[in-house]
Design a binder for this molecule. Structure first.
Ligand code: NAD
Length: 494
């Protein structure tokens, strides 16, 4: 079994506590790795390393083009290491290995995209109305960024922060979820291999209470970027507010997926099943509320059941596996609790509905892909994020009702619209309160297009050109062109 320490200032560092946490493989329930159990002393050491790297190290003297070249190299290294890293992430969180490989190869392009942007961070020279002054603006990095990530897709979500944040010139302390930290630690070591100076990327592992809170509140951390659940997001936002730190939050969802009667029902069913059950429902953007127009409801439900029933559950390391287990025991228990709530609320289980009893899966935290009908939008199963393979199916009569139900949620991450009528698609998309809207598709992401939430699904955007702005602050520089200073009193400044 491999033991992982923190990664601080370019070196592996044993935890100050002398304690490690066990990382369990959710398929076998066996401990497969140990990670350092961090505390405040470890956080202090990592923040100090990141601060020194930002203030005095070679990183801060590097040109923007040189930063871009390092990021590009990181993209190449990530691609070359995809086959090595993917099984590690699978062992940590149970996500099918083929899925993870695809993600990691794609992540290389995130580094390359932001590598290209690094030397295009341009200030401005406003045509100031004061003839005695010259003014220009600069977009500067904040300094030390705390990046906190969840267990469901650790590599993807940390790269979404690192690529723009490093391109902008910041340094990082990463805090992955304690359930799945190994991929992030392996990634950090690749930064050294790519030629990044020590201290630019550091990782402290451990829990939110023992590591995360101290990191967010640390006075030398000047920007916070988080992907996680609503509870953690709220706690972190409040903590960061104490020192007015800017925060990017990517939180949860309860995304609606609207199927109109004029849709291509086969495509809509395939898209809905992909959008919900891929990653076993453990995706923020999962379309967990499928809204179906009355007159095609029965026909569509049949197709949903047919496509979902075909899912192959199995060993995440088996390339044929399509759905893995829940990422960890507490999460399995949480999803099981929601299945009990579903029963208590009077919903009807038309598929699945419990832990899997398929042969070979006995040891894993598997839950059968589940479809619930007779759901109303006021039920807890329709309002709260379950984050597991549980789809709720609701009915609607017309466009207005579909939009009303879709927007009747505290979340606003994603939404889907299935229709062959493009005027309707545009009209409905305009009115949906969600950061990403998919028409006749679902869950498409790209490094070129902004991703983020409306309402309680978050703040700020990752990906696309605007992501880099999340990691920059603007300075306005004034230069006097006067040979003689104006009198100190009697004239308003400027
Ligand atoms: P979580 O909120 O339990 O944990 C996220 C991270 O926050 C972990 O590293 C955790 O240790 C840390 N944390 C928790 N409390 C903290 C505190 N008080 N101070 C500092 N750090 C703290 O989330 P999870 O269970 O790992 O992940 C699932 C959640 O993440 C779901 O809600 C899902 O929707 C969301 N998510 C969102 C996106 C997105 O892009 N919007 C993507 C993936 C997952």
């Amino acid at each position: 079994m491999k033991t992982y320490n923190h990664f601080i200032d370019g070196k592996w560092a044993e935890p100050a506590t002398g304690l490690w946490l066990e990382s369990e493989n959710p398929y076998t329930r066996q401990t497969w790795a140990r990670i350092a159990r961090g505390n405040t002393a470890d956080v202090d050491a990592a923040v100090e390393a990141a601060l020194q790297a930002f203030e005095t190290g070679p990183w801060t003297r590097m040109t923007a083009s040189a930063r871009g070249k390092l990021l590009w190299r990181m993209g190449d290294l990530l691609e070359a290491n995809a086959d090595r890293l993917a099984p590690l992430e699978s062992l940590d969180n149970g996500r099918p290995v083929e899925d993870v490989k695809g993600i990691i190869r794609h992540l290389s392009d995130y580094f390359r995209y932001f590598a290209g942007l690094a030397d295009k961070i341009e200030g401005a020279v406003p045509p100031i109305e004061k003839p005695d002054y010259f003014n220009y603006t600069r977009h500067e990095p904040y300094g030390v960024v705390a990046a906190i990530t969840p267990w469901n897709s650790p590599l993807l979500l940390v790269v979404w922060k690192l690529a723009p944040g490093l391109a902008a010139g910041n340094t990082f302390v990463l805090k992955p979820h304690e359930v799945a930290s190994v991929g992030t630690l392996e990634l950090a070591a690749l930064f050294t291999q790519a030629g990044f100076p020590d201290g630019v990327v550091n990782v402290v592992t451990g829990t939110g209470a023992e590591v995360g809170e101290h990191l967010v509140g640390h006075p030398d951390v000047r920007k916070v970027a988080v992907t996680g659940g609503e509870l953690a997001g709220r706690a972190i936002y409040q903590l960061a507010a104490r020192d007015f730190k800017p925060v990017t939050l990517e939180l949860g969802g309860k995304s609606p997926n609207i199927v109109f009667a004029d849709a291509n029902l086969d495509n809509a069913a395939k898209g809905s099943v992909m959008g919900m059950f891929n990653t076993s429902g453990q995706a923020c953007i999962a379309c967990s509320r499928v809204l179906v127009q009355d007159n095609v409801y029965e026909a569509f439900l049949e197709k949903l059941i047919e496509h979902t029933s075909a899912a192959r559950l199995g060993d995440p390391l088996d390339p044929a596996t399509e759905m893995g287990p829940m990422g960890c025991r507490p999460h399995f228990e949480k999803v099981m609790t929601y299945l009990k709530i579903a029963a208590d609320e009077g919903t009807k289980v038309v598929l699945g509905g419990g832990a899997s009893t398929r042969p070979g899966l006995e040891n894993g935290y598997f839950i059968e892909p589940t479809i619930l009908t007779e759901v109303t939008n006021d039920m807890r199963v329709a309002r709260e994020e379950i984050f597991g393979p549980v789809m709720t199916v609701l009915r609607f009569k017309d466009d207005e009702e579909a939009i009303r139900i879709a927007n009747d949620t505290s979340f606003g991450l994603g939404a889907g619209v299935w229709t062959e009528d493009m005027r309707r698609a545009i009209r409905v998309s305009d009115r949906l309160q969600a950061g990403s809207v998919y028409v006749n598709s679902y869950r498409v992401v790209s490094y070129m297009s902004p991703f983020g939430g409306y309402k309680n699904s978050g703040l700020g955007r990752e990906n696309g050109q605007e992501a880099i702005r999340e990691y920059l602050q603007t300075k306005s520089v004034w230069i006097s062109l006067n040979d003689t200073a104006p009198p100190p009193f009697g004239k308003p400044y400027g």
